[in-house]
Write a protein that binds this ligand. Sequence first.
Ligand code: GLA
Length: 342
Amino acid sequence: MEVFAPGRVNLIGDHTDTTGGLVLPMAIDLGTTISGRAGGDRVVLRSAEEPDPAVVPLDVTEPAAMEPGWARYVAGVVAELRPSAGFDGNVTTTLPVGAGLSSSAALEVAVALALGFEGTALDLAHLTRRAEQQASGVPCGIMDQLASAAGVEGHALLIDCDALTVDPVPVPDGVEVRVVHSGQSRTLAGSAYAERTASLAEAEGVLGPLRLLAVDRPEVALDSAAVADLVAPLTDPVLRRRARHVLTENARVRVFADALRRLDLPALGPLLAASHTSLRDDFEVSTPVLDALVERLVATPGVLGARLTGAGFGGCVVALTEPGALEEGWRVHAGPGAHRLA
Ligand code: GLA
């Protein structure tokens, strides 16, 4: 048995999935492969990247307490899937770990397939999202796992995280997608991510569902006076900024996907720039290192635009470029979703 699950890069739409908003990730041609065979009463996986194997009994009860740390993700999947047989195998990955390219989602999705998961890509995403939450304690949205499960070669995925629809959008031939690591690890992401999610729940307690306010009205959400009116009932200026990020980011995803479809490449850069600014100033998940990297990349000839991608607090920047404009980082292609190889 051999399975592959890709990582993902999010082109635009960050911190919108937990409130049922829009995201535009693509599964990439970097990912995680597991090979081995079913049997026994525990899941044993060895990884060339890790000194110690993951050894998980089929009746594991506390995935978050497992050691070594990477075994938690394996254990989260075992706890959600409860396979009838164990597994013995090897994990290899071409993804940088902890860089914002969803290495943990790729591992979870690959483990689920290796352990015999049967069902739709959406079912696989639901199961592995719960596994991630159990393993890490982070109240993550569904974007990463769904992008890994439902990837379409040559396409980004416009995902409505409320309706849970996946609408493939072709990535034009003239556009290269590059991912550049800031060099900053994301060890603080856990608690800050949960705090941001809690702020959005608080804002929705006053305003109602944020997605209903703007997802289908990008013209409203991109008009700063109209957005100021929408968030005015929030008395706390921090909550107002958090809500404003989500409202405007949802609109940018919709407009960006339309521009990609129309091959309107000059429209992409300003939307990426506005997304980064909003994540920096309103959602406050950027860092000076990420800001400097984005600034340097967008000043490079042939770069259409760049922004931090994923949760933030470090990790990677995504840049869209004319062919050959950038040499640094990884040139990634939109690849297929998770699948069995043999
Ligand atoms: C992490 C989470 C996702 C999403 C992004 C930010 O990757 O796992 O659900 O919230 O952050 O867009």
